[in-house]
Design a protein around this ligand. Structure first.
Ligand code: PEP
Ligand code: MG
Length: 757
């Protein structure tokens, strides 16, 4: 059974569209069950019902033409309760509704299971049989398992149709909503550009070209190059490898020589598609066909096709560097956005960002917030290669993308954009005003930086210091480890611009979701693995070069602070301190006059929370990294959109941990700051102020919003709110209580515009 299950899922996965996917499902399931009918009904919101989308066993003419209203019949009942129904004789059930076009009156046994994707019922999978008999437990379990596995594929296939503006039953539709999570607040309307990694046949977007002749010639040249390679390889290997294996090259050369593949690609280019997209389309078709074959030898040939086509793709990409023409209102979309992709687009043209993978606290989302670009993360159902050039609405507040927007929807969001601009303009007046509550409590608002452009932005927003400079960002954008001198130049720029205010530089924090292309770390469980201080202590040469660069950069400014990430025990701190002191000594011996900087430890690991006091004894300040602390306390991967709804800095465990850290740091009279994203959430900032954090460090685009709230909420009411929420046990209720306080203080205009987690 397991093998059969795998085979069905694999074949459905390879189907080219929704209808072929459903065809495969009904055909294969009917055969596996040795039953007479298998059908799939899908919910179509446009007609408020379930449409019979595919069937083996019912009248073919009924397929696509009959439907049941929502809640109608047994299918409606399965969908409504999201539970299977297994009946010996369906016609005896009170909910039985007979659709005469289907000819189903002769079938008595009925088993229907819901198809559920992300808690939403997409439709119902049904098997039926003439005999009056109950499908046995094993059959029911099989169908449930299958349906759970197919739900994602069906959702994806539906999404592909929706992007083209058609519903499952073929109706023209608009305003289809694709859900993700908020990455950075704001709304954007724009045109999509898909960016994709090279050498991956599956991720090439469809794109249109105008010079068809040129594209065909280009493709033929690349095809020829692969043919030459194959022949050369075959000659080279003749006599060296067994005859049998050499025949594989024969097969390759033949596949290219008889030009079946090439001709199909050319035909697609003639329809106006670019060569890479045409190749990807044809390759996937052939791969699908081979994979569908029941004969194992033949289905293995799909691997050969993939290999050959990847070789052609290599030439297509190598020979032609793609110069992307970004539209004036570009919305950049990728399977997995990277910092390098973000900085590639001219800033004035970038309206929004969408990443299929990742979540609101992925590092790329943090960068997006720092840049102030509306972003949706984890839009897992978006059919990536169909998106290029589409106009869409991106709602970074609610984390949704709307395709085929209607004129009413465009008008509505156009108004939101105006409101948003108006609000931002209003906040500008606060730039030079102090961050002080109405009862005269002063709060220090600092910024988190990484990109050079952040500095200008931060100063512009009136930041009073840098609470976190993510030094790994320049490392991520580089092609090798930057040298000590290169680092010193970058760090000096930050220190100079902010002098005399403090700049807190964090030692290199790679690992987790921050992979350096030139220093890959492949681990099963990267967030629990070799990360942050663990990496740099194992590579003292990297750590020392960085510390020396920081110290040298600080000459003449004296405003440097150094901070250590991902600390989980005191030994890591004492070892780091030894290295920092050594670097300082070396530089003094080289004749440089450098002040020894304040050193801090980040509290990001639950274990470190309980060691705050011991850690505080060793250093000058404590800084909480609430992004990681939340992920580790709640065991919720900050990158995983599936569990994004569980990630909340308002969880009572997070709030209590934060309060505990402040109290422990106080016992050692050490200053305590917070530099996670929650500091930039106006509601959370009010709680953090009440807890006694000395510094709130946030992305520059949140700074004025937070200042605006703090200037309107007294410390007294903030403390009252904190007392109240520390007694509560539900994150959502805590969030509501915080929102209510902001509303009472008259600053609810900022609620929607600032929410990002
Ligand atoms: C944090 O974890 O809260 C933090 C500030 O560090 P990063 O987001 O870079 O992991
Ligand atoms: Mg962190």
């Amino acid at each position: 059974m397991l093998d059969e299950l795998r085979r069905i899922v694999q074949k459905v996965n390879a189907a080219k569209d929704l209808n072929s996917a459903l065809e495969i499902i009904v055909r294969r399931v009917r055969k596996t069950f040795s039953t007479q009918v298998c059908s799939v009904y899908l919910q179509d919101n446009d007609i408020n019902g379930h449409v019979l989308m595919a069937s083996e066993g019912l009248n073919k003419e009924a397929v696509g033409n009959v439907s049941l209203g929502l809640g109608q019949g047994l299918v409606g009942l399965v969908a409504k309760h999201a539970e299977p129904i297994n009946l010996e004789d369906a016609s005896l059930h009170p909910s039985y509704y007979y659709l005469k076009e289907t000819g189903e009156e002769i079938f008595h046994a009925f088993l229907g299971v819901p198809i559920i994707h992300h808690r939403k019922v997409l439709g119902v999978l049904v098997v039926q049989h003439e005999k009056r008999r109950r499908f046995d437990e094993g059959e029911e379990a099989f169908l449930i398992t299958l349906s759970a596995q197919l739900a994602g594929v069906i959702a994806h296939a539906e999404a592909t149709g929706a992007i083209k503006g058609v519903s499952p039953s073929g109706q023209k539709i608009s305003d289809t909503i694709f859900s993700g999570v908020s990455g950075a607040p704001g709304v954007a309307i724009g045109q999509i550009t898909v960016v994709f990694p090279l050498a991956d046949l599956d991720q090439i977007p469809e794109r249109r070209i105008s010079d068809i002749e040129r594209e065909i010639q280009f493709f033929n040249r690349c095809l020829g190059a692969v043919q030459d390679d194959m022949r050369a390889l075959q000659n080279q290997l003749a006599g060296q490898i067994p005859e049998e294996e050499l025949q594989l090259f024969d097969a390759y050369v033949r596949m290219l020589d008889d030009n079946v593949l090439g001709n199909e690609v050319v035909r697609r280019i003639e329809q106006g598609f670019w060569a890479q997209g045409a190749l990807s389309y044809v390759a996937k078709e052939h791969i699908r066909t081979f994979e569908m074959m029941n004969n194992e030898y033949l289905s293995e040939r799909s691997v050969d096709i993939r290999d050959l086509c990847s070789r052609i793709l290599f030439y297509l990409q190598e020979k032609e560097s793609i110069v992307i023409e970004y539209a004036d209102d570009t919305i950049l979309v990728s399977d997995e956005l990277t910092p390098a992709m973000l900085v590639d687009v001219p800033k004035e043209k970038l309206r929004g960002l969408i990443s299929v993978k990742g979540s609101s606290n992925s590092h790329v989302a943090i960068l997006a917030r720092a840049m102030g670009v509306p972003t949706v993360m984890g839009a897992v159902d978006l059919p990536l290669n169909q998106l290029d050039s589409h106009e869409i609405i991106l709602d970074g507040y609610d984390g949704v993308v709307i395709s085929n927007p209607s004129s009413q929807m465009l008008a509505r969001y156009g108004d939101t954009i105006k409101e948003q601009d108006h609000l931002i303009a209003g906040l500008e007046n606060l730039k030079n005003l102090p961050c002080e509550t109405p009862d005269n409590h002063r709060v220090r608002l600092w910024v988190n930086t990484g990109l050079m452009s952040d500095i200008v932005n931060s100063l512009d927003q009136g930041a009073e210091g840098i609470g976190l400079f993510r030094t790994e960002v320049p490392f991520l954008l580089s092609e090798r480890f930057p040298s000590e001198q290169e680092q010193a130049d970058i760090y000096r720029e930050q220190l100079r611009t902010f002098a005399p205010n403090f700049v807190t530089m964090r030692s290199l924090d790679v690992g987790g979701d921050k992979d350096l292309p030139y220093f890959p770390i492949n681990e099963e469980n990267p967030f629990l693995g070799w990360r942050g201080i663990r990496v740099t202590l194992d590579h003292p040469e990297i750590f020392m070069a960085q510390i020396r660069a920081m110290l040298r950069a600080s000459i003449g400014f004296g405003n440097l602070q150094i901070m250590l990430p991902m600390v989980s025990n005191v030994n890591e701190v004492t070892s780091s301190l030894q290295l920092i002191k050594k670097a300082h000594r070396e530089l003094l011996q080289e004749g440089l006059n450098i002040k020894f900087p304040p050193i801090g430890v980040m509290i990001e690991v639950p274990g470190a929370v309980y060691q705050t006091r011991a850690l505080a004894k060793l250093v000058d300040f404590i800084s909480v990294g609430s992004n990681d602390l939340t992920q580790y306390l709640l065991a919720v991967d900050r990158n995983n959109p599936r569990v994004a709804n569980l990630y909340s800095a308002f969880h009572p465990a997070v709030l209590q941990a934060l309060q505990y850290v402040v109290s422990q740091a106080r016992l050692e009279s050490k200053s305590v700051s917070i530099c996670g994203e929650m500091a930039g959430d106006p509601g959370a900032a009010v709680l953090l102020m009440a807890m006694g954090f000395d510094v709130l460090s946030m992305n520059a685009s949140s700074l004025l919003r937070v200042k605006s709230v703090i200037r309107d909420v007294t410390l007294k009411s903030a403390k009252k709110l904190l007392d109240q929420v520390l007694k509560m046990d539900d994150p959502q209720l805590i969030r509501n209580a915080v929102d209510l306080t902001l509303r009472n203080a008259g600053v609810d205009r900022l609620l929607r515009s600032s929410r990002a987690n």
